[in-house]
Design a protein around this ligand. Structure first.
Ligand code: HEC
Ligand code: HEC
Length: 421
């Protein structure tokens, strides 16, 4: 089939989907057709051209047909067991591909254990998921489809079967891959679409590109604090000495003390070691999404004690669209996140990263750090981010549950040693 037939086929799929009973009127903006769902310009200030090219696997080159197919699939609830949940249910482009919930809910409203991360710029992630249990976007895409609290399919073939029942999809697979619908190509198409979701061109990118006034003095002070006294660059940078103004991550995993006190991690680790001795990817995925073992983070993947409750250092772009924060959605505002770091969090947590220490940041420092993070907003989200910043600022005036000024300005506490294994 000539490739020009592609877009027409997708228009047909879209019409078929919108008129089906699965998608309700209220859901309509969150469809493959919504403006924020479209592949994004590769000519954004700050976009790392070489890293973008390098993120494309040789066995899954980008083509317009494949991307368009992936875009339809990403928004299509037919992939789920009961036809109610699409990838976009938890990764809504209007919310920078997150869901605004502390932890996501899938079929039957069943809640998982983790907060939905953005898909924007996920192509640059060295690993996928909070614990890095998937190496590629292709591997990642297969897991929510078969997780029983997400899309609930018994296996990937069941999702393929429901897609293959729709003639337009059979046609679209033909034009994208020259074959009938199948699992390998299904996740390839979704990953190819995700690789078009690049978000740069923020005021901060313009600042780094040399427009000094693109961000205000507060955000400029915040960026210096970030790489200095506030020590954020210990993890949100390539190294202590090399700033990362692209993705703000060391691609590593750290225990920063997020609610670890709520869990008896030693007992959980024992349980996980036994259960996951010979585990496959789907079993680790179940443990991460559906059980208390979720709190073990990277340990679920490596079984190394030093990885207990360590999570991936996330990208920090478009944060005003992705609240609440942390892997469990436990913090409501950016002020709460900084309060968490400022007090050196996680006392009595023997696995706490050595770079988490009291920071002695004052209120102006905290506001400056928030101003810096707010400057990482890409143009399509400008208005929504301004509203959210105002909301968070207002909330922070009356509610600062994580603030502990005494600890923030106090001495570094004596560290507990991990218990013997
Ligand atoms: C029920 C909600 C839900 C559904 C449906 C869902 N996801 Fe997710 N997604 C999440 C959550 C929660 C995480 C984090 C889980 C973890 O780290 O253990 C996640 C993680 C991811 C990540 C990793 C991002 C990162 O920064 O590590 C990608 C990419 C992603 N999802 C894409 C998809 C795709 C593609 C689909 C559809 C095939 C999908 N998701 C379906 C909730 C969902
Ligand atoms: C020791 C490493 C480390 C340091 C230091 C650090 N971070 Fe983080 N950051 C992380 C990790 C790891 C996570 C994810 C933790 C989790 O969810 O359990 C994270 C999460 C975040 C989040 C939440 C992002 C989201 O999508 O939910 C924000 C915001 C953030 N950090 C900002 C900062 C700022 C600002 C500083 C400096 C004051 C800082 N971080 C210092 C490692 C670090």
């Amino acid at each position: 089939m000539p490739s020009t037939a592609g877009p027409k086929a997708y228009a047909l799929i879209l019409t078929a989907l919108c008129s089906s009973s699965v998608i309700r009127a209220g859901d309509l903006p969150n469809t493959a057709a919504s403006p924020l769902a479209q592949p994004r310009s590769m000519r954004q200030v700050g976009l790392p051209a070489a890293a973008t090219r390098a993120s494309i696997p040789t066995d899954n080159p980008q083509t317009p047909e494949k991307v368009a197919l992936g875009q339809q699939l990403f928004f299509d609830a037919h992939l789920s067991a009961d036809g109610t949940i699409a990838c976009s249910t938890c990764h809504d482009p209007a919310r920078a591909f997150t869901d605004g919930k502390a932890v996501s809910a899938g079929i039957g409203g069943r809640a998982g254990q983790r907060n939905s991360p953005t898909v924007l710029n996920a192509l640059y992630n060295a690993t996928q998921f909070w614990d890095g249990r998937a190496a590629t976007l292709e591997q990642q895409a297969a897991l929510p489809i078969v997780n029983s609290v997400e899309m609930g399919q018994p296996n990937l073939d069941a999702a393929v079967a429901s897609i293959a029942a729709i003639p337009q999809y059979r046609q679209a697979f033909q034009s994208a891959f020259g074959t009938a619908p199948n699992g390998t190509d299904l996740v390839r198409a979704i990953a190819a679409y995700e690789r078009t979701q690049v978000a740069f061109d923020s005021p901060f990118d313009h600042y780094i590109a040399g427009e000094r006034d693109a961000i205000d003095p507060a955000a400029r002070r915040g960026w210096e604090l970030f790489n200095g006294r506030a020590r954020c660059n210990k993890c949100h940078a390539l190294s202590d000495k090399t700033r990362d103004s692209t993705n703000f991550t060391d691609n590593d995993f750290h225990n920063i003390g997020v609610l670890i006190v709520r869990h008896n991690v030693v007992a959980l680790a024992k349980q996980a070691r036994q259960m996951l001795a010979s585990a496959d990817a789907a079993a680790v995925d179940r443990a991460a999404i559906q059980t208390d073992m979720s709190a073990l983070g990277r340990f679920l993947v490596t079984k190394k004690e030093s990885d207990i409750a360590a999570f991936k250092t996330p990208n920090l772009r478009n944060l005003l669209l992705t609240a609440p924060y942390f892997h469990d959605g436990s913090q409501a505002t950016l002020w709460d996140v900084i309060d968490h770091y400022n007090k050196g969090a996680g006392l009595n947590n023997p696995y706490l990263d050595e770079d988490i220490v009291p920071l002695a940041l004052g209120e102006r420092d905290i506001d400056d750090l928030v101003a810096f993070m707010a400057s990482l907003t890409s143009p399509p989200y400008k208005e929504a981010a301004a509203l959210e910043l105002a909301r968070q600022r207002k909330l922070s005036r009356t509610s600062r549950p994580q603030r502990d000024t005494e600890r923030a300005f106090g001495p570094a506490p004596v560290r507990k040693k991990p218990p013997p294994p």
